[in-house]
Design a protein around this ligand. Structure first.
Ligand code: UDP
Length: 481
């Protein structure tokens, strides 16, 4: 421990940029605001270019180590994303052990921080005597769902009927269509994994949530007052990355320059996170709907798939070589005055912070949602998979900062161009848009306050940081000045 007496924090984000982003941001805050250093342990084979650009933007004091590639090719092709992540993480344990042991030779590790899916590695951390924490990459609503899972779906008489509305304490009522069907099927592998992850949340020294009281006060209160020796819960959000810079990439520069030429609040931004994809038919309707709306737009387009909406998560390489032949004929040419289409990936945080942006049509991934909130950009919800439908419910019915398209009950679940044009017009220049914009502005103010000097989230983060530092002193460490 003499080689580097600084107390050290280790973070294991599960695979995917949506998990890495908040954990890397937490590492950065802990290092900049406390007398700590940090190592982020990453999985090597997902969207590595984007991952690298994020990791290289981090300050000195945060290092990263990559685990060797973990093969999953024995899993059936349609294996659910949660099952994939969970198996990848449990297979990583032997490599993780080596990494942690090597770190322990030179550092005093005072905290081991995972996200919702890293629980299979907790016993290793306790074997090595390291305090354990969870930093959820979502919100209190999802945490509440996850923590309630064992009591909801265990084979006990009187339990929740999966066909009925679910009332979680302090939460917006949740219709069965808004949470993953596989999570309520007791016989599915996903449900078994979710149940394990749920229980892992009782085995840690604390849980941090990337949300804030003004957004989810009711839910947060219920969870924080659980008692019974349950781990304490800290709301430390919204933590958004704010240092990532993709400006060097040609397309990124082009989007921002194009935005510079558009009038204030006139452009709708459209993106579906790191993994989201639309079907061929839906992509076409989206294009025609945007055209019908007459509004300006900046759309991150991915080659469609007619499979699982999360399929880009593990398989997509965010390549630049992505011809736009699947868009309606002549669309790009007709739209060249009003719209810009970017293949695969765009500098989202910088785009949302740009004054020309007036709305965000989003898959409602939690990072995207927080990035929209801190920039006061009202949303149109377009959830695709995972907890995204729950986030959409919270945004539309709870916080009322988003509109959603009217979905017709057609067989193929495609939202038609008219419905798209209507909701886009309403957000950008209609009455519905005015209301959600005003409330989004209020929510932004509340978010800024929470992370400001005396704000609740900032204090909770400081408390977490001090816990780590204190822990290091208890462990007999001598703090380096
Ligand atoms: N992102 C980006 N450019 C894109 C798409 C996504 O920079 O074209 C970033 C976005 O800003 C966010 C993250 O990738 O920080 C996606 O995380 P989120 O939780 O929204 O969704 P997920 O990818 O986990 O579904």
């Amino acid at each position: 421990a003499e080689a580097n007496p600084k107390a050290h924090v280790v973070l294991l984000p599960s695979p995917g940029i949506g998990h890495l982003t908040p954990l890397a941001t937490l590492a950065k805050r802990l290092v900049l605001n406390h007398d700590l250093s940090a190592t982020i342990i990453t999985f090597s084979d997902l969207s590595s270019g984007i991952q690298q650009s994020l990791l290289s933007s981090l300050p000195n004091g945060v290092t990263s180590v990559s685990l060797p590639a973990i093969p999953l090719d024995d899993l059936p092709i349609n294996t659910h994303i949660v099952t994939r992540l969970s198996i990848m993480i449990s297979r990583s344990v032997p490599f993780l052990r080596e990494t942690l042991l090597a770190l322990q030779k030179t550092r005093r590790i005072v905290a081991y921080i995972i996200d919702h899916f890293g629980g299979e590695t907790l016993s290793l951390a306790s074997e090595l005597g390291i305090p354990r924490y969870i930093f959820g990459t979502t919100n209190f609503f999802y945490l509440s769902f996850l923590l309630n899972l064992p009591s909801l779906y265990h084979d006990k008489p009187g339990n929740h009927n999966p066909n009925q509305v679910l009332f979680l304490p302090g939460c917006t009522p949740l219709h069965p269509k808004d949470y993953s069907r596989s999570c309520i099927d007791k016989n599915s592998k996903v449900f078994q994994w979710m149940l394990r992850h749920s229980k892992h949340h009782d085995q840690v020294d604390g849980i941090m949530v990337n949300s804030f009281e003004a957004m989810e006060g009711g839910t947060a209160r219920f969870l924080k007052e659980r008692g019974n020796g349950k781990p304490p819960i800290f709301s430390i959000g919204p933590l958004t990355c704010d240092s990532r810079s993709d400006k060097s990439q040609v397309e990124s520069g082009l989007c921002l320059r194009w935005l510079d030429q558009q009038p204030g609040r006139s452009v709708l931004f459209i993106a579906f996170g790191s993994g989201g994809m639309l079907s061929f038919k839906q992509t076409k309707e989206m294009a025609l709907g945007l055209e019908m709306s007459g509004q300006r737009f900046l759309w991150v387009v991915r080659k469609p798939v007619d499979a699982d909406a999360s399929s880009a998560y593990f398989n997509h390489r965010h390549g630049k070589n992505n011809p736009l032949g699947f868009l309606p004929e002549g669309f790009v040419e007709r739209m060249k005055e009003k719209g810009m289409v970017v293949p695969s990936w765009a500098p989202q945080e910088e785009i949302l912070a740009h004054g020309a942006i007036g709305g965000f049509l989003s898959h409602c991934g939690w990072n995207s949602t927080l990035e929209s909130i801190i920039n006061g950009v009202p949303m149109i919800t377009w959830p695709l998979y995972s907890e995204q439908p729950m986030n959409a419910v919270m945004l539309v019915e709870g916080a009322k900062v988003a509109l959603r398209p009217t979905v017709m009950n057609n067989d193929d679940q495609v939202v038609g161009k008219e419905a798209i044009a209507d909701v886009v017009k309403d957000l950008m220049e209609g009455e519905g848009g005015k209301d959600v914009r005003r409330r989004m502005h209020e929510l932004k103010e509340a978010a800024m306050k929470a992370v400001g000097a005396n704000g609740s989230s900032n204090k909770a983060l400081a408390q977490m940081g001090s816990r780590c530092e204190i822990r290091s002193e208890i462990n007999g460490g001598k703090r380096q000045q």
